[in-house]
Design a protein around this ligand. Sequence first.
Ligand SMILES: Nc1ncnc2c1ncn2[C@@H]1O[C@H](COP(=O)(O)OP(=O)(O)OP(=O)(O)O)[C@@H](O)[C@H]1O
Ligand SMILES: [Mg+2]
Length: 242
Amino acid sequence: MLLKLENVTKRFGGLVAVNKLDLEVEEGEALGIVGPNGSGKTTLYNLISGVYIPDEGKIIFEGKDITNLPPHKRAPLGLARTFQIPRPFGSASVRENVAIGAMFGRAHAGVDEALEMADEYLKIVGIYELRNKEAKLLTPLEKKLMELARALAMKPKLLLLDELLAGMNPKDIDKIIDLIKRVKEEENIAVVSMVEHLMHAITKFAERVVVMHQGRKLLEGPTIEVLNHPEVIEVYLGGRVV
Ligand SMILES: Nc1ncnc2c1ncn2[C@@H]1O[C@H](COP(=O)(O)OP(=O)(O)OP(=O)(O)O)[C@@H](O)[C@H]1O
Ligand SMILES: [Mg+2]
């Protein structure tokens, strides 16, 4: 097991955002997280990446207890995430932004190697020709691709995608899912993605889906089975998937 959450709880004052949650992620798997607004998805991501420390419970990564580690100590172990709103170093170049991922992730690259890795991943995500541009000049889509390249250059074992596909057109979504699947297979990366409201993307990307509801796991299982579960259809999705 790559990642294991045991009985994890996070409260904000009186509100229980994540409630006694158990979750397991296998090495190399593609897991989709769905759930209505306020169900605790982002909080779950923040707990896994170390932005929040749980009030209760344990987080185990590759057998190591990381419950109390800050984010910068989790990244070198092989945990990477993209942000819903990318926050690049604006005046640095695209290439430098991606190289930072290679230096501070599991790759532990030196500067020269990191710049070479940046080129490699910029080619993979398809924005190599923009490498010398200032990051702040990129379009929103290009920023997301740069963010993906930066996360991949960290050489993660677990990649958390925070609504990477939101706001993209269907053609770009298909292209990006294909490229994530390819890299995931080649490098054996487990990918956890929040892809609510994009049914096509979930069915195409995820092998397994977890449905969150009020901080708890409502359902989990193979993607099509879960998305076609009557409760999920009725309450969250408003229609059959396939
Ligand atoms: N920093 C915070 N302080 C106080 N309450 C918070 C904080 N972060 C989240 N919450 C609350 O915790 C609950 C879960 O929020 P969370 O953002 O994890 O849900 P979500 O599933 O990501 O929702 P959405 O689909 O709207 O992004 C919500 O009721 C939210 O208002
Ligand atoms: Mg959220």
